[in-house]
Design a protein around this ligand. Structure first.
Ligand code: S3P
Length: 429
């Protein structure tokens, strides 16, 4: 698909969307199902390309995974049940797959090679390979251990006491997965709290993990047991409709079954600070991951500052927050977000370049961006640059544009939200 014409100049958005499963939790449900003992079931698994890459890698590692009536069944045989793959493990576009998988493979006594697409080939891997090498894994990769392809031979691991140089849930999770296989206690200190899905999974699968004053401690050689996982909706997918509802005049959207883990809800705080008309209805039922429904209505928005400890809690939502800021009165400053440069694309550059094409007033800074609203958006030819979240952000921007908007590389959206356009089109009135 070379390019598609997006819906522009819509009247209003109205209706309900059941948000598909959370990407981070879906990946982890397969991984933990594989390393636990017994049959794990997963409902509301996200069938996005990234999570399908995780399934395909674990099948190559000898894990039996079947899908039946929308439910996954994973036949876990513990870490020891994984076997040397005959083929290269291809992670596609998925940073979570490759980084967490390395943590698992670091402790396995066999050889594997990992590859991914062009975007994965540009993303830094030393942040994971260095500490894993310190624990005892043998790893090599292109450009002095930095980029895919990666070759890894795991084995006996010694625990590590590691201060993360960047706030990254992927690095933290890789070290926890390696730590679970080490002889002794691994400790990790995060510079800022990042998503804690891995920690919750460890507990959900019967393991033990502790957190005190930002220091995370996990004992090695724990036996994990199978579980039944229900994946809540992805707040990072809901974010596109939250912003759409907030900026398209006359809109009212209900978002059902959205994950509300506090390490992921930074977007809700930004919406509130900007003056959005948002209602949060938390589910009563107890679950290992909190969830609920969200109602968003359009309102007058004002600029804000997004920075510091809030950044890791909304890192994937920054492209859509930038769009929201173009429709808010005054200036919005996003800072402390250098990590955006090493996502699926350099998201500082791609957000600024693409929103400028539609007439937004936005400039890049070394660690974020500055946006001045309100801008009347116009038509143009834009590109996702192969980045799913840039593609969805541009589809929402188009709703307000007068003039045609053509999106190049729309197919990347299937990485995290295969039904995105059908859900969006149902809301358009
Ligand atoms: C993720 C962690 C974040 C996030 C990514 C998913 C995860 O990446 O951007 O989309 O599932 O752990 P970093 O750990 O690189 O910040």
């Amino acid at each position: 698909m070379a390019s598609i014409k997006l819906k522009t100049n819509v009247n209003k958005l109205k209706g309900e969307v059941v948000i598909p499963g959370d990407k981070s939790i879906s990946h982890r449900s397969v991984m933990f199902g594989a390393i636990a003992h017994g049959e794990t079931t997963v409902t509301n698994f996200l069938p996005g390309e990234d999570c399908l890459s995780t399934i395909s890698c674990f099948r190559k590692l000898g894990v039996k995974i079947v899908e039946e009536n929308g439910q996954l069944r994973i036949d876990g045989q513990g870490f020891e049940g994984l076997s040397e793959p005959d083929e290269t493990l291809d992670v596609g576009n998925s940073g979570t797959t490759i980084r967490l998988l390395m943590g698992i493979l670091a402790g396995r006594p066999f050889f594997s090679t990992l590859v991914g697409d062009q975007s994965i080939g540009k993303r830094p891997m030393t942040r994971v390979t260095e500490p894993l090498k310190q624990m005892g894994a043998v790893i090599d990769a292109r450009k002095n251990g930095t980029y895919t392809p990666i070759a890894i031979r795991g084995g006996r691991l010694t625990p590590i006491h590691y201060q993360l140089p960047v706030a990254s849930a992927q690095v933290k999770s890789a070290l926890l997965l390696a730590g679970l296989q080490a002889e002794g206690e691994t400790t990790i200190l995060e510079p800022a709290a990042t998503r804690d899905h891995t920690e919750r999974m460890i507990r959900q699968f019967g393991g033990e993990i502790h957190r005190k004053n930002g220091l995370i401690t996990v004992k090695g050689e724990q036996r994990l047991t199978a579980s039944a996982i229900h994946v809540p909706g992805d707040i990072s997918s809901a974010a596109f409709f939250l912003v759409a509802g907030a900026i398209v005049p006359g809109s009212e959207i209900v978002l059902k079954n959205v994950g509300l883990n506090p390490t992921r809800t930074g977007i809700l705080e930004v919406l509130e600070k900007m003056g959005a008309n948002l209602t949060v209805i938390k589910n009563e039922a107890d679950s290992f991951e909190p969830a609920g429904d969200l109602i968003i209505k359009s309102s007058n928005l004002k600029g804000t500052v997004v920075e510091g400890g809030l950044i890791p809690r909304l890192i994937d939502e920054i492209p859509i927050i930038a769009l929201m800021a173009t429709q808010a009165e005054g200036t919005t400053i996003i800072k402390d977000a250098e990590e955006l440069k090493v996502k699926e694309t350099n998201r500082i550059d791609t957000v600024v370049a693409e929103l400028r094409k539609l007439g937004a007033s936005i400039e890049a800074t070394p660690d974020g961006m500055i946006i001045t609203g309100r801008s009347k958006l116009k038509g143009g030819a834009v590109s996702s640059h192969g980045d799913h979240r840039i593609g969805m952000m541009l589809a929402i921007a188009a709703l307000l544009s007068d003039g045609g908007v053509h999106l190049e590389q729309p197919e990347s959206i299937a990485v995290s939200y295969p039904n995105f356009f059908s859900h969006l089109n149902r809301l358009i009135h």
